[in-house]
Design a protein around this ligand. Structure first.
Ligand code: FNU
Length: 256
């Protein structure tokens, strides 16, 4: 990059026409590279299924991920696995697939910055934060993430999510957009609420937890506007996780 930039500077001084062509070429190349990078850094979208890996037996957690690698687009890990395996599990899993760290961060900008940047350094492709932390903390998260993605929780999937998060979900979605987050977490347990968030956030990504163990359905969530569903216990606690994961993945595929 540096070499071609200094080359361009020399041409600019030599002939104005050539410099014009060169600039155009640089701009085109910049957009091609940016598009390629976006594809590389963004999560794949093959099965639209993200495994919520709350399995606390580290060996089992890695074995399940390896076994399911073709059925999932990413793994989402949360405090239960981090606390038993240690933060290096992020790096280990990131060698297999994209890792979303579900830390639901809710803190002041400086602390958010420290948590997000260190999580990304460990290899996370995305980090989940609460949207209610407000503009300054959300912006700090997006800044600290760099090329990684930030997802903001608008409304939680459990019944308690109705008390404080649901009444402010739309407001939080708007703030998330203003702050440049990559996407949102909206509840598969209430598909109508996914549709509501979708209407606000345009083509931003929506990840929906609550499928299976919490009563939500993958197809309903996808049809309501989710890009991905997040599934945990229904898969990793099953006698045959791969069969369950493959079944859900094919249901999603058939829904299109
Ligand atoms: P499973 N999760 C959730 N609801 O369930 N991040 C939310 O509103 C939310 C989440 C996470 O029920 C939850 O912590 F914002 O076993 C768990 O890791 O399928 C996963 O999604 C759901 O797991």
């Amino acid at each position: 990059m540096l070499a071609s930039f200094s080359k361009g500077t020399v041409i600019e001084r030599a002939t104005p026409l050539m410099s014009h062509i060169h600039h155009k070429e640089i701009v085109v190349r910049y957009f091609i590279i940016r598009t390629l990078l976006t594809d590389v850094t963004g999560m794949k979208m093959n099965t639209r299924m993200i495994l919520a890996l709350d399995e606390t037996d580290v060996k089992k957690a890695i074995a399940i991920t390896e076994d399911l690698i073709e059925c999932i687009d990413a793994v989402k890990i949360n405090w239960p696995l981090i606390l038993t395996a240690g933060p290096d599990i992020i790096t280990k899993l990131s060698r297999l697939t994209d890792v979303i760290c579900d830390f639901k961060i809710a803190d002041i900008p400086n602390t958010v910055d420290l948590i997000v940047s260190n999580t990304v350094k460990k290899g996370a492709s995305a980090v989940i934060v609460h949207a209610f932390i407000g503009e300054d903390s959300l912006k700090a998260a997006v800044r600290a993430a760099g090329d990684a993605e930030i997802y903001a929780v608008t409304e939680m999937s459990h019944p308690g999510g109705m008390t404080f998060t649901a009444p402010h979900a739309e407001e939080m979605a708007k703030i998330g957009i203003d702050c440049g987050v990559a996407g949102f977490i909206a509840p598969a347990t209430r598909p109508d609420r996914i549709a509501l968030v979708r209407a606000i956030v345009g083509d931003k990504k929506i990840l929906s937890p609550g499928v299976g163990a919490q009563g939500g359905s993958a197809i309903s969530a996808i049809k309501a506007g989710a890009n991905y569903v997040i599934v945990g216990r229904a898969i990793y606690k099953a006698d045959n996780p791969k069969t369950v994961a493959a079944t859900i993945a094919s249901e999603i595929k058939n829904a299109f």
